[in-house]
Write a protein that binds this ligand. Structure first.
Ligand SMILES: [Zn+2]
Ligand SMILES: [Zn+2]
Length: 266
């Protein structure tokens, strides 16, 4: 199937809201769902893992395979009570044979790196190792980054780096590195391109200079988007720990550990 290629990266993919019978949320065709359906039909895959970190819940993918245990869907997103499409709660765990294979982590507005990564570290490696997928698809929406124009999360490029490097490592551990990373939302141009550059570098194991090349800065200015960012990564800034948020997100993880057998403590 791969002929020497381990990882693929398509930053213009990840249109996770489209449904079989209708377009939705800037998405006409749901490329991750079509990719999953194609992998099942053409290659007969039985265990496909889909990880979605876009700020918006990947409703088209989740409901498209809601009763299908051959798709493990793990979706981190801003709580649907505050953001489109208003779905993706912890009690949505799949139905019929698909029960226990849909995992939603709805985080509150303004969630920042520490509580988000606490949940990611508790949930993702454990599920990946328990499920042992044949391939991993990741929707790497950049709108979970701080200062996005459509969402309210507060992640930095460092969180994107850790997330992609973790899933990269896990893909080598469980499925010979078969990993497809897709883009998704991202409505602050300077942040979206930095998140996706960080993601690509993790897959390519490249370490480019922190300073963004002058040619790119000129290109950005010509687009009329204002002053471009000068560095690839966000500057680490000390921030006060939000104990209430840390507790809230630990509670989401505890809730999932009760609902999802692959995550259960016992
Ligand atoms: Zn989005
Ligand atoms: Zn690799």
């Amino acid at each position: 199937m791969w002929k020497g290629v381990e990882h693929a990266f398509n930053p213009v993919g990840g249109l996770h809201h489209a449904h079989p019978d209708r377009a939705s949320g800037f998405c006409i065709f749901n490329d991750p769902a079509l990719c999953i359906a194609y992998l099942k039909k053409k290659y007969g895959l039985k265990k496909i893992m889909y990880l979605d970190i876009d700020a918006h819940h990947g409703d088209g993918v989740m409901y498209g395979f809601y009763s299908d245990p051959s798709v493990l869907d793990i979706d981190f997103h801003e709580d649907g009570r505050y953001l489109f499409p208003g779905t993706g709660f912890t009690n949505e765990i799949g139905e019929g044979e698909g029960r226990g294979y849909k995992v939603n982590i709805p985080v509150p507005p303004f969630t920042y790196d520490e509580p988000y990564l606490n949940a990611f570290r508790e949930v993702v490696p454990k599920l990946t190792r328990a499920y042992e997928p044949e391939i991993v698809l990741m929707q790497c929406g950049a709108d979970s980054h701080a200062n996005d124009l459509l969402a309210h999360l507060d992640l930095t490029t460092h969180a994107y780096g850790e997330i992609v490097s973790t899933i990269h490592r896990l893909s080598h551990e469980v499925c010979d590195g078969r990993l497809v990373v897709l883009g998704g939302g991202g409505y602050n141009l300077g942040n979206a391109v930095r998140c996706w550059t960080v993601a690509f570098n993790e897959l390519a194991e490249a370490r480019p200079a922190e300073e963004i090349p002058k040619e790119w800065l000129d290109l950005y200015r010509n687009l009329g988007e204002g002053e471009p960012p000068r560095f690839l990564h966000d500057k680490p800034e000390p921030r006060k720990r939000d104990e209430e948020m840390l507790k809230h997100i630990a509670g989401i993880v505890a809730d999932l550990q009760k609902r999802i057998p692959m995550l259960s403590k016992t």
